[in-house]
Design a binder for this molecule. Structure first.
Ligand SMILES: [Zn+2]
Length: 470
């Protein structure tokens, strides 16, 4: 069938040459051919033997292979039947913490307060944050993550590294009620955030944001100041929410405005903190009324099933939230919590958590899991009109996943292959904003060798200090 089509096309072109003016092929930058396309455009469809055409940073055409003949591309990638999908979106992380990955893994009680905060106090610097962020961004790009959402300190250094590697970043400068590496005064992060937002707001890959850490580390007054800044500058507002069972008692003790008997979510509603540009990470411990409040205010949910279960912090009712119409995407949390930063692994954890929670193996189908990993994340960040699916007019954030590897064969159902069988190492190509930043499993934007010269001394220093903590 394919051969006949090609023969017909060839003869048509031949007669056109003889008797009709030749229509010039449109010049474009990139065509991906022989693709098993998962558009994730809401139609739950697969385009086998497809092609995607990219001009500049946008998708200008996609469909059956025959569309490719209308274009002349500077570069063609033959996908060889592999899965071609939207770039994956990580909706919650603290990427510079990759410098501390693997430390304090032997059951430290209240690890955040007793281990992570002291480690950060001693070790963090502008240089560590920039180098570790580059390391993380490289790992993310290689795993097919095309957008990272981050909350940390010196976010301008995070931004430099994320942009250098070439993935997108929604990067929130942390506001917290004690002195930290980039703010000598409690809550100094707010001033830092305002400057960071003004400096980076027009960058094509970076969306600067403000990130009040959590209701138990930020007072009501400063939560509202952070929210007001996000609303005024029209940027995302990132926070941790209802992650721990102890959160209500600590928030109650911390904030004079929390009323007895209120849940943390009711408290945040009462002070006017819940707004539609808020992205709340975790959201494990909540009831129906809390869910209704989050939905009413259009709050996006970053679901981190691996970090939550590894840290024994509970199970988010993510399936219920999705089915009540809340926007839910997938995240990993920081590399001390989840260790891996890719989203391919998180799809499987999301299914395991939902199915265990409900005692039902139908909760989250493979298609729904791929939705959470792509367009779901874009909805959480209010960026779904630009990214999250493969559609004409959208930005070209595209990932190719090898379906000829032993672990991705057989590939009867590409959604099941991705959600349950694939490894991040199966990603062969990552394209962000039309630019190929990973080709044949190798980064094209930064040199591993040059990076290692900065990275290895960082891990040596951290490793030496970590020995004093035990
Ligand atoms: Zn976190």
């Amino acid at each position: 069938m394919k051969i006949i089509t090609k023969t017909l096309m060839a003869s048509c072109i031949a007669c056109a040459c003889a008797s009709l003016p030749v229509l010039a092929a449109e010049k474009v930058d990139l065509i991906i051919t022989n693709a098993q396309i998962l558009p994730m455009d809401g139609q739950q469809r697969v385009i086998d033997d497809g092609a995607i055409v990219v001009k500049g940073n946008k998708i200008v055409a996609l469909g059956e292979m025959k569309i490719a003949s209308q274009y002349e591309a500077k570069r063609t990638i033959d996908a060889g039947g592999d899965i071609v999908m939207p770039g994956m979106i990580n909706t919650h992380n603290h990427i510079p913490m990759v410098a501390f990955r693997g430390l304090g893994e032997n059951g430290v009680e209240n690890r955040l307060i007793n281990f992570m905060f002291p480690l950060e106090k001693e070790m963090l610097s502008r240089d560590l944050i920039r180098t570790a962020s580059r390391h993380a961004a490289m790992e993310l790009a290689l795993s097919g993550v095309t957008l990272i959402t981050d909350m940390y300190y010196h976010e301008d250094e995070v931004a430099k590294s994320v942009a250098e590697v070439g993935i997108r970043g929604v990067l929130g400068e942390t506001v917290i009620g004690f002195p930290v590496v980039d703010a000598k005064q409690p809550y100094g992060g707010l001033e830092y955030a305002e400057k960071f937002i003004d400096e980076w707001k027009d960058h094509p890959l970076i969306t600067p944001a403000v990130a009040p850490h959590a209701p138990y580390t930020v007072s009501a007054e400063w939560l509202i100041k952070a929210k007001d800044l996000a609303v005024e500058k029209q940027v995302p507002l990132l926070t941790h929410l209802a992650e721990f069972t102890w959160e209500e008692s600590k928030t109650d003790a911390f904030s004079e405005q929390m009323q007895p008997g209120q849940s943390v979510i009711e408290y945040l509603d009462s002070i006017g903190f819940l707004v539609d540009n808020l992205v709340a990470a975790h959201v494990n411990h909540l009831d129906e009324q809390d869910m209704a409040l989050l939905k009413k205010h259009g709050v996006g949910i970053a679901h981190n099933p691996k970090a939550n279960t590894k840290g024994n912090n509970g199970y988010s009712p993510s399936w219920d939230m999705v089915n009540k119409g809340l926007d839910v995407g997938l995240g990993t949390d920081g590399p001390m919590s989840s260790n891996q930063m890719d989203i391919i692994n998180v799809m499987g954890y999301a299914a395991v958590v939902a199915r265990t929670n409900h005692g039902d193996n139908a909760k989250f189908t493979p298609y729904e899991l791929v939705e959470l990993a792509t367009i779901g994340g874009a909805r959480v960040l209010d960026m779904d009109d630009e990214i999250g699916s493969l559609e004409v007019g959208k930005k070209a954030d595209i990932v190719i996943v090898d379906t000829d590897a032993p672990n991705t064969q057989p590939n009867y159902d590409p959604f099941a292959t991705l959600a349950f069988s694939a490894y991040p190492q199966n990603v062969t190509h990552t394209i962000v904003d039309g630019k190929v930043i990973v080709a044949d499993g190798k980064l094209t934007t930064v040199s591993q060798q040059a990076h290692d010269k900065e990275w290895l001394p960082v891990t040596k220093k951290v490793g030496e200090f970590a020995k004093t903590l035990n």
